[in-house]
Design a binder for this molecule. Structure first.
Ligand code: NAD
Length: 350
């Protein structure tokens, strides 16, 4: 497979193929950049259609982590791991320990953590063979509430910038997905006086939001065309596409989901339609900020994590203002700022 020719190859520092025949481990670890510090990013377990698909995913995700960590102000680079195969059949303690050995062989250039299909219990097994693990039980804990706080502050920044309002009283928000982050976000929005319209595939979560948060429940396809100020994607990625954009009445998109834009060009489509988009990897960085404090040499402190998460408001405001000044889409500006931080250690706004 010609790694260097792939579109997703972005001068990654290191791409490591790892295998252990005894446990059946087949994995790829990509270290995109260590310019700002050790590469950090979770590991996902996925039954990829091919090894090439796994390689593309790990290249793309590790680059995303470099940008996310840079914009979050963390002294961390970007990396990612993927374990190839069906987690239902392959998961075993020995497989995770073998993955731990692979991580350990990188001597601290890559810190791993949970991602899709990997639990804190699995990471405890990885931790048996390497210290370069974060997000362990009993340490920084569930990142969800920190991600929800960052997303809430990001919505506040977007409302201030687009609608000139300092508080959320009467602001209407459509939330897609009431999971770990989405529900916690809804609680914060409700407490701040916002009116909620919600959807999910989970009826229990919907009933709870209706009774506890006075939320209006709508169907999965109805969430896009609601008469609201903010659309907040908090479920799966790629929900912003030509079809959903055509339906949106919201003037702001600000939610926690990863990879919200179905295609990169949707960044510009949103700008042309006058919809303010809070770049996903900036607004949803609360969780990685919390996890990062577990990696730093200083003891973990939730207050320090909260203070860092609060900076997301100002980072987004800077992106929004620069995007208007330069008449460019917000995602483009954010990527540019991230690259600037990685190259120069700080942002040039000129
Ligand atoms: P979760 O699995 O707890 O919640 C996802 C919710 O979306 C569930 O309630 C699920 O029922 C619902 N859902 C699934 N399909 C749906 C659909 N088609 N329409 C509406 N709802 C649907 O996940 P989470 O931890 O809350 O994360 C939500 C999103 O935020 C994901 O994209 C995740 O990658 C991203 N994210 C999470 C964190 C974190 O700290 N947990 C950090 C950064 C980004």
């Amino acid at each position: 497979m010609a790694v260097f020719d792939l579109v997703d190859f972005d001068n990654h520092e290191q791409v490591v193929y790892c295998s252990d025949s005894a446990s059946g481990l087949k994995a790829i670890i990509a270290v995109h950049s260590t310019a700002l510090g050790p590469a950090a990013g979770g590991c996902r377990f996925w039954d990829y259609a091919s090894d090439e698909a796994a390689l593309k995913d790990v290249l793309r995700l590790s680059k995303g982590m470099t940008y996310k960590n840079a914009m979050a102000g963390l002294k961390l680079g970007g990396g990612k791991g993927v374990i190839i195969g069906d987690p239902k059949n392959l998961k075993s303690d020995s497989l995770f320990k073998a993955f731990g050995t692979a991580v350990n062989n990188l001597n601290g250039r890559y810190y791993t953590a949970e991602d899709v299909n990997i639990t804190t219990g699995d990471m405890a097994m990885v931790n048996q063979n390497t210290e370069f693990v974060s997000g362990l039980e009993g340490k920084s804990g569930n990142p969800g509430p920190f991600t929800a706080l960052g997303t809430f502050l990001g919505i506040k920044a977007a409302v201030k910038f687009k609608l000139g309002k300092d508080d959320l009283t009467g602001i209407k928000v459509a939330v897609q997905g009431l999971g770990s982050v989405g529900y916690s976000l809804c609680e914060k929005l409700h407490n701040a006086g916002a009116e909620l319209v919600v959807t999910d595939i989970n009826q229990v979560a919907l009933d709870k939001a209706a009774s506890e948060l006075n939320a209006t429940v709508v169907g999965l396809d109805e969430i896009y065309n609601q008469d609201v100020d903010v659309f907040s994607p908090c479920a799966l990625g790629a929900s912003i596409d030509d079809n959903s954009i055509a339906q949106l009445k919201a003037v702001i998109i600000a939610g926690c989901a990863n990879n919200q834009l179905a295609e990169a060009r949707h960044d510009q489509v949103l700008q042309e339609k006058g919809i303010l988009y809070a770049p996903d990897y900036v607004i949803n960085a609360g969780g990685i900020i919390n996890v990062a404090l577990e990696i730093y040499p200083e003891p973990y402190c939730a207050d320090s994590a909260t203070k860092l998460v609060e900076k997301i408001y100002h980072t987004l405001m800077n992106i929004f203002e620069t995007a208007v000044d330069k008449n460019m889409p917000t995602g483009f500006i954010s990527d540019q700022m991230a690259r600037d931080i990685i190259t120069n250690g700080h942002i040039h706004n000129s």
